[in-house]
Design a protein around this ligand. Sequence first.
Ligand SMILES: NC(=O)C1=CN([C@@H]2O[C@H](COP(=O)(O)OP(=O)(O)OC[C@H]3O[C@@H](n4cnc5c(N)ncnc54)[C@H](O)[C@@H]3O)[C@@H](O)[C@H]2O)C=CC1
Ligand SMILES: O=C(O)C(=O)Cc1ccc(O)cc1
Length: 368
Amino acid sequence: MKGRVFVIGLGLIGGSLALCIKKEHFDSEIVGFDINYEQARLAKMLGVIDEIAVSIQDGAIGADLIIIAAPVNETKEIIHLLSELPLNKEVIVTDTGSTKGKIVESSLSLTRRGFTFIGGHPMAGSHKSGVSAAKEILFENAFYLLTPEDHIENSKMDTLKEWLIGTHAKFLTITPETHDYLTGIVSHFPHIIAASIVRQTERLSESEGLIPRLAAGGFRDITRIASSSPKMWKDILLHNREILIELLNQWLSEMNEVKTLLEQENSTAIYNYFNQAKQFRDGLPQKEKGAIPSFYDLYVDIPDYPGVISEITGYLAKEHISITNIRILETREDINGVLVISFQTEEDRQRAERCIGSYSNYATSVGT
Ligand SMILES: NC(=O)C1=CN([C@@H]2O[C@H](COP(=O)(O)OP(=O)(O)OC[C@H]3O[C@@H](n4cnc5c(N)ncnc54)[C@H](O)[C@@H]3O)[C@@H](O)[C@H]2O)C=CC1
Ligand SMILES: O=C(O)C(=O)Cc1ccc(O)cc1
């Protein structure tokens, strides 16, 4: 498609969407604006956008598609600002905010003026922020939730999906209320729990210095999202506060039940508690990206000698297998370690397993 696309907020999500659009619609012109000029300058330098707009007004007038990829509170303000501008009559305005109720409500100012607003939320991302973390494949195979109001024409929905086709995401249309309920459960609430586990650990480690060194493996897996942007999550929590309060109440009573089981030393019920969680977790779709993206990890048992990591990455490089992350699980000091290598796809993980198996005797396994 040809046209002018204006991206407001050139961070992880705005930058990634700009890359997806440019790749698919190379004749389009991608203009970007960020309140932080450094981000805009970096976006231009990295080739994420074609031009920097000097203001929202400068970028918005004449645009065919406007994507607001700013934090959720700022998104509401930007919508208000846009509604006072002489926009192109056919423009589609969309956003990427993690909450939808309050944002869609505020879009009334745009629809009153005859402009089209379609709420959007690509359900993939990372704990990283900023345009330097942007990547074209971020949304591949993820759900992309759209929350159009009833009056939105199908042709507008089709045009928006066509613009976003390079995300290779799966579009799903739901109401803003359902959106906030579902994402409250699978995305917002887990962020509260992750942060609370980290905070408890920090508090306890003040009197026990060994704790941070022991906090490896499972602790890191379950708390990765606690490294997300505090500003972004503060806003999300306040937008979705009613649902999150309800979920917290449910969780507190469940924790009390677990406490009672422990007090009673109820071995069968404790087993069932974990077993039921395992059954549901094991049954989750593995190849689908959820709010929390799955990485394709390969675990390699490695001896503790210098050069072993470069040896293994060297084998992978020989076979042109790209890795997205690499880390050592320091479960036991001075004994064999475990190297965890992440890949972008299941196919890469399988190729890596075969590759390491053919060049070495290191044992590999696939974690779930
Ligand atoms: N981080 C993630 O994994 C995901 C985030 N989202 C949502 O997407 C939106 C953007 O998130 P990220 O890209 O991760 O954040 P980010 O922090 O990487 O980028 C946001 C950018 O917006 C800019 N900004 C803030 N106020 C602005 C304003 N008034 N005008 C113009 N630019 C402004 C910031 O300077 C920053 O560069 C948020 O609403 C977030 O809830 C949605 C899916 C995933
Ligand atoms: O870091 C992670 O895995 C996330 O949880 C990513 C994420 C953050 C916010 C969203 O609205 C959707 C996905």
